[in-house]
Design a protein around this ligand. Structure first.
Ligand SMILES: *Cc1c(COP(=O)(O)O)cnc(C)c1O
Length: 349
């Protein structure tokens, strides 16, 4: 076994609402707002697409989801070969790490960010530098300063999970200009569709200027397809070709391709989801609480507190399952009445 595996533990998901209810002896209904899932679900067209393709299940899927690949390439005006799929971004992070990290390489990211960057870098025996967050956001200057000749790649989660904060196009481009060209910068944009500010980066436009950057997107969040597992990277062609060497040939499924394609082609539905989320998100600007809520451009909010377990418990008693972190609690936005409950708990806490 690789000795570094002993340092890691398998991902433990939170308890299901039923299991948690039983464990705590609660009688009220519990709502899971812990994994940033989209409570509105996917476009109805995605469900129809799945039903329409169940007769093909005995066939292997076509590698790398060619219809979806073509649709995404056209939308972003890149070549189809630049688009590579994973069974969710989780798998894409595995593929990227396996492809780019040699044992002993340095990789740089932030503290307080998506855990899979660290997890997979440990597996590849990297030296990992995690730069502390600055007021809940990536400290891009300190990250640039941490990069050196040994650095293979940098993970930038924008907007960041679990804090919800984002960096502007201007800040991101200034950062890219500081990073030496031998370092690949991976922009994980799992929540990009939820962003409504005008100054969010157009990473594809930046890719035309800088050849060491790539953009990751998923169908799990705003598209509401977390259960079917599909996400993608748009990368410079040489990197995309290298990733395809590592990507298992049949990693996405016929049904995941068809569902994602239908969802991607239903941009009207996506806009509705994003508008509903924005409306709910804005209501959190007026919460009367002494707790610190980080500004968010996503479908969740991070509440900073030293009393994490108390807040988590108060939410549970009100029927809300959130996700606890060492310095606060992340709460996914749910339906309006669930969000109202969350705000009441925050105000009374
Ligand atoms: C949810 C999430 C992912 C992984 O999503 P998949 O369901 O595997 O596509 C990746 N990065 C971030 C920041 C996430 O929040």
């Amino acid at each position: 076994m690789k000795s570094q595996i002993a340092q890691l533990r398998a991902y433990t998901p939170g308890l299901s609402p039923e299991a948690l209810k039983k464990k705590l002896g609660l009688t009220i209904e519990l709502h899971k707002l812990a994994s940033n899932e989209n409570v509105y679900g996917p476009s109805p067209k995605a469900k129809e697409a799945i039903k329409a393709h169940v007769d093909n299940l005995y066939l292997y899927p076509e590698p790398n989801a060619p219809r979806l690949q073509a649709a995404i390439a056209e939308y972003y005006q890149v070549t189809p070969e630049q688009v590579v799929f994973g069974a969710g971004l989780d798998e894409m992070i595995v593929i990227i790490s396996r492809t780019l990290i040699c044992a002993g390489d340095k990789i740089v990211t932030s503290e307080g960010t998506f855990g899979q960057y660290f997890h997979n870098a440990v597996v590849e025996d990297a030296n990992i530098v995690q730069v502390p967050l600055k007021e809940g956001a990536y400290d891009l200057d300190a990250i640039a300063d941490a990069i050196d000749d040994e650095t293979a790649l940098v993970w930038i989660c924008n907007p960041n999970n679990p804090t919800g904060t984002y960096h502007s196009a201007e800040a991101i481009e200034a950062f890219i200009q500081k990073v030496p060209s031998h370092v690949t910068i991976l922009f994980d944009e799992a929540y990009a569709e939820y962003v409504t500010v005008d100054d969010y980066p157009d990473t594809i436009a930046l890719m035309r200027k800088y050849d060491n950057i790539a953009m990751l997107r998923t169908f799990s969040k705003a598209y509401g397809l977390a259960g079917i597992r599909i996400g993608y990277i748009i990368a410079p062609l040489p990197l995309a070709q290298q990733l395809n060497v590592i990507r298992p040939p049949f990693n996405t499924t016929c049904l995941s391709e068809q569902a994602a394609l239908a969802a991607f082609q239903d941009q009207d539905y996506l806009k509705q989801t994003v508008a509903l989320n924005q409306k709910e998100r804005e209501k959190f600007n007026d919460v009367k609480t002494t707790l610190k809520l980080y500004p968010t451009q996503t479908n969740f909010v991070f509440v900073e507190t030293e009393r994490v377990s108390e807040l988590d418990e108060a939410l549970l008693k009100a029927g809300i399952i959130a996700r606890a972190f060492p310095n606060g609690v992340r709460i996914t936005f749910g339906f309006p009445e669930q969000n109202e409950t969350v705000r009441q708990v925050l105000e009374q806490f």
